[in-house]
Every structure is written in C-alpha cells, then in structure tokens.
Design a binder for this molecule. Structure first.
Ligand code: XMP
Length: 333
C-alpha cells in the first residue's frame, strides 16, 4: 500500500543521508529482522552493503542455501557466507549445560563475525572498509535493553544479543528498524519484495538447533532433527484449518521439533528397532512470556508422526508436548 511505500522511500532517504559514501556490514541470520534490515539497506545503498552470514551448522534444513538464494540470488546483494559449522560443533562437543551451550554459540558468533569484519577491512573492500555496523534492532528490543528497571532479577535463559559489538569493532551503528514494531517490520519486508513466508516466519532462537538438541549437540543429532523438523513445518504449512481458512503454521506462534537423546524400542517390519525420540512443540502466544500448547488436529499429528518415523531412519518415536508456559518454557532448554 502507498503508506508503506512512502515509509520505504523515507527510510531509504534517511539511510543514504546517514551513510553517505561509506561502507556498511551487517550480520545476516536468516531471521525476519536482519533480513528486512538487509533488504532495506540494500535498497538504499546497494553494493556499499556487505552482509556476513555466519552458518553455525545449527540452522534448519537448507536454510543456509535459502538465505543465499534470496539475498545473493534474487536481491543481488553482496553476501559472504561463512561455513563455521565445524568450529561450532567442535567447541560444543561434550558440553551439556544449556547456558554453557548458549555462551559458547554466542561467543563464537561474535568471534567469527569480528574476524570476517577484520578481513574485509584488510582487503580494503571498497575504499576504506566498513565504517558502519547495521543491526536489525526493532523497537521492542530497544525498550527491553533500555529498561534496566524492568530486567528480571533471575536470568532464566540468556539470549545472545551482540551488545557492545560496534564499540569493539570501532564501527558506527546503523539501525534502520529501531522505531518499528514487529508487524511494521513485516509489512516493510513485504513492501521491499521479500517473500511472505520469509517475513511471516516463526521466531527462531539465535543458538538455533543448539538448544533444541537436549544435552550434548552432535552432528548426527542435528541431521536427524533437521529432517524431522522440516516434515513438521511442511505439514503445518500445508494443512489448512477449514474454519479460519488459515494454515496451522499461521495459526500457531511457534512450532518446532526437539531432539531427545533417548532411545526407545520399536518394531518395523519383522524387526526390532532401538532408535531416538523427538518431541513436537507448537504454541500459541501473543507475547512469548506466557504460551498455551496448540490444539493441533489429531489428523495432522498423525500424519507428521507417520512421516517422521517412516522417512527419518534413526527416529522411531514421536511425542507431542502438552505443557503450557509457565511453568514450562517454550524451548526445552
Ligand atoms: P522460552 O523458551 O524462554 O522462549 O519460553 C521464549 C522465546 O524466546 C526464544 N528464545 C531465544 N531466542 N536466543 C534467542 O535469540 C536464545 O537463547 C533463546 N532462548 C529462547 C524462544 O524461541 C521463544 O520464542
């Protein structure tokens, strides 16, 4: 609509004024906020923007390729893909504590990003290297980090935001989404030509599958989980609720699969199996502080379970999580 088009034009103008002829780097994660920020900044300054996409090997199935296809392929943006999965999985070997896993993943993220920024600077990409760091910070993030008073005394889960990164890198901050709420960010994304499915995605945590594999993260577990989760998401997207006309993906706020490093006995053909278990998690919530488990249709659960067990060799049991938040959290770690 024309209001959004005006908004795009205004935002583009503002970015051009702020950046001038300098260079910008941005950490692309595949999430909604960094994607919309990247598309907007690219619209404004084209090749003065370099996106750095750190692939930690704990993304959803084919996600890395999809990010590249969209930003490099369709938008023609400069994107450096760093395949750091060996580094991340190596450092995570033997670590079982959820908070330790978060710290390791968050820390490595910053290290890899910094190294990439330094490389770009050394290569003299453009004239003098990047002088701006762009981030997809949105208005609710600003409130959350500004309101020290409202900070809970107990950290239940440490979310890894890259606070302090611009100072450490000696870069100025560019945050073109700072004044926007999530739904405005989504509308902006659509106006910029990003696909509806990308812009209306469920949130995905920074540590990715690292907190959806309980306990130690192993490459073998990640591969099984990626495939099981892709089946769940595919079925949620393709199953339409006849009453609302919406897909079950759109009717839920967040849905995903959790890998349980537990083996259980099953039977397949004339043989006995002894394989891993996954849990399906789907919640409805407006603020993610409280959440109800989603009353998915049995027929949908049945199809997902049948497909995962048949198609993903190594998983022989599927469970559905019927816990609300509180007292359970949305993620299992
Ligand atoms: P919980 O599990 O605390 O999740 O009920 C609430 C929301 O936060 C997301 N989440 C995270 N996001 N880094 C993130 O960027 C994290 O470490 C993290 N832990 C949880 C979770 O996916 C849900 O949307």
């Amino acid at each position: 609509d024309w209001v959004m088009r005006d908004h795009v034009a205004e935002a583009v103008q503002k970015i051009r004024e702020q950046v001038g002829d300098e260079e910008v780097i941005l950490g692309l994660s595949g999430g909604v906020d960094s994607s919309v920020a990247a598309a907007l900044i690219h619209r404004a300054i084209g090749d003065q923007l370099t996106c750095v996409f750190v692939d930690h090997g704990l993304l959803r199935l084919n996600e890395g390729d999809m990010v590249m296809e969209m930003f490099e392929g369709k938008l023609n943006a400069k994107v450096i893909r760093v395949d750091a999965s060996e580094l991340f999985l190596g450092q995570l070997a033997g670590v079982t504590d959820p908070e330790k896993k978060r710290k390791i993943i968050g820390g490595l993220f910053v290290d890899v990003f910094k190294a990439e920024a330094a490389k770009l600077k050394a290569a003299g990409n453009g004239v003098k290297g990047a002088t701006f760091l762009a981030q997809g910070t949105i208005y609710p993030d600003v409130i959350e980090s500004g309101g020290a008073k409202s900070k809970k005394a107990v950290t239940i889960k440490s979310h890894h935001n890259v606070g302090g990164l611009p100072e450490q890198l000696g870069l100025k901050l560019l945050e073109p989404l700072r004044d926007l709420f999530k739904d405005e960010v989504r509308e902006l994304g659509v106006a910029l030509g990003l696909p509806h499915d990308m812009v209306y995605r469920h949130p995905f945590p920074g540590p990715g599958l690292g907190v959806r594999i309980l306990g130690e993260v192993k490459p073998e577990y990640a591969k099984l989980l990626q495939r099981a989760d892709a089946i769940f998401i595919e079925e949620l997207r393709s199953t339409i609720d006849p009453i609302s006309g919406k897909s079950w993906y759109d009717l839920t706020s967040q849905a995903f699969t959790v890998f349980l490093p537990v083996k259980s006995v099953g039977v397949m053909g004339d043989g006995r199996t002894y394989d891993y278990v996954v849990a399906l998690r789907a919640v409805c919530t407006s603020d993610f502080m409280t959440a109800d488990w989603a009353e998915l249709p049995y027929s949908l659960l049945k199809r997902v379970s049948g497909r995962i067990i048949n198609e993903v060799r190594g998983i022989n049991r599927v469970t559905y999580d019927v816990s609300s938040k509180p007292p359970a959290t949305i993620e299992w770690e």
